[in-house]
Ligand binder design. Structure first.
Ligand SMILES: NC(=O)c1ccc[n+]([C@@H]2O[C@H](COP(=O)([O-])OP(=O)(O)OC[C@H]3O[C@@H](n4cnc5c(N)ncnc54)[C@H](O)[C@@H]3O)[C@@H](O)[C@H]2O)c1
Ligand SMILES: [Zn+2]
Ligand SMILES: [Zn+2]
Length: 338
């Protein structure tokens, strides 16, 4: 099968590697689409110099084969089903997994393939093999949108971490791809209002069609009511300061964006104490978030909003162009169809 491997900054090759065998409790998936995320852009640009890497962690596909034991289970998708695919390792053995927080599984993610490629998803390929619990049926969704299951599940998780309730006032800091998904889901969960705070004027304009109640710059917070919950979708100390100014007393702040290189933001102890704020992190997703994300994709509820986030589609043969655009342009999602 063909598998794209990023070998150096600006270099990607299509390798011919064996189609994986399926174990008893595994599923083989014929990949239909793979969305390129910040990580793939960083690998290609040389900002994350880890080579050679088989990347691609946001995929959809059709079930090609189901292991004998998995096939006995009612809820495992059947051969031919369109699925969105969880490519995370959830070891089940570490402290996080044992406490129901497999989103922060402590086991190493990925490994090294016989061809020497480091696997970070390895979804830019014709086939992937995953545990049977990692595929979620999405009916007849557009495969490019079904490949948004992973980021959607991250945002379902974020809303749960923020304990979002119907009628809450929501503020989202950052109007990138993740800001758009937070807006879509906050609306779906019947937030009373959704305000978007974004630095960049072009991005402020671009989110208008998604109909937030207000789109403002960080210096316009006085013009909007304070929020019950603020989602920070960017790794930035300035954005955290904005969240503190935007949140109501007693409110919640979710740090969805984060970077190991980011400057540490000071915790304003007195403010958190006196205003009874909750500041929480959100990382990755749990199986329950996948379940909700797959149902959203299957139902078609978000189709129009998600379609606006597909910047371009390229076949696997043109993966270099797709990676280059992701690395160099301000895109939402460039999708590779496999
Ligand atoms: N928690 C998770 O599971 C998870 C999953 C995927 C990505 N992420 C993180 O989500 C973040 C956002 O991803 P994205 O693809 O939307 O990125 P993006 O770069 O497309 O969007 C970020 C937006 O924030 C804006 N911005 C920057 N500083 C700002 C400020 N101080 N105030 C207001 N707006 C500001 C930028 O102009 C940009 O439009 C990244 O940090 C990424 O690491 C988290
Ligand atoms: Zn991603
Ligand atoms: Zn684990």
């Amino acid at each position: 099968m063909r598998s794209a491997v990023i070998t150096a900054p600006g270099q990607v090759e299509i390798r011919d590697v064996p189609v994986p065998d399926v174990g008893d409790m595994e599923v083989l998936v014929r990949v239909t689409a793979c969305g390129l995320c910040t990580m793939e852009g960083n690998l290609y640009a040389g900002r994350m110099p880890v080579y050679p890497t088989a990347a691609g962690h946001e995929i959809s596909g059709r079930v090609e084969a189901v292991g004998a034991a998995a096939a006995q289970l009612e809820d495992v998708p059947a051969v031919g089903d369109l699925v969105t695919v969880d490519l995370l390792t959830r070891c089940g053995a570490c402290r996080s997994c044992r406490s129901g927080q497999s989103a922060i599984c402590a086991s190493p993610q990925g490994g090294v393939r016989p061809d020497g490629a480091i696997t970070m998803g390895a979804g830019l390929a014709e086939y992937v093999r995953v545990p049977a619990g990692h595929v979620w049926s999405v009916g007849d969704a557009d495969p490019a949108l079904a490949a948004m299951g992973e980021p959607l599940a991250c945002v379902v998780h974020s809303l749960r971490r923020g304990a979002l309730r119907e009628g809450d006032r929501v503020t989202i800091v950052g109007a990138g791809y993740m800001g758009h998904l937070h807006l879509a889901l906050a609306r779906h969960h019947q937030a009373r209002s959704v305000v978007v705070v974004e630095l960049d004027e072009e991005r402020r304009t671009a989110i208008e069609p998604a109909e937030p109640d207000a789109v403002i710059g960080p210096d316009q917070l006085d013009e909007v009511p304070r929020a019950d919950v603020v989602f920070v979708t960017i790794a930035s100390g300035a954005a955290i300061a904005t969240a503190l100014a935007a949140v109501a007393d007693g409110g919640r702040i979710v740090l969805f964006g984060g970077s190991p290189d980011g400057p540490p933001a000071e915790v304003p102890g007195y403010e958190v104490h006196r205003r009874q704020l909750t500041v929480t992190g959100s990382y990755s997703q749990e199986p329950a978030d996948w379940r909700a994300a797959a149902e959203l994709l299957r139902s078609g509820t978000l189709t129009e909003r998600l379609q606006r986030l597909v910047t371009a589609r390229y076949p696997l043969d043109e993966v270099a162009t797709a990676l280059k655009r992701t690395a160099e342009e301000r895109v939402y999602r460039v999708v590779v169809t496999c």
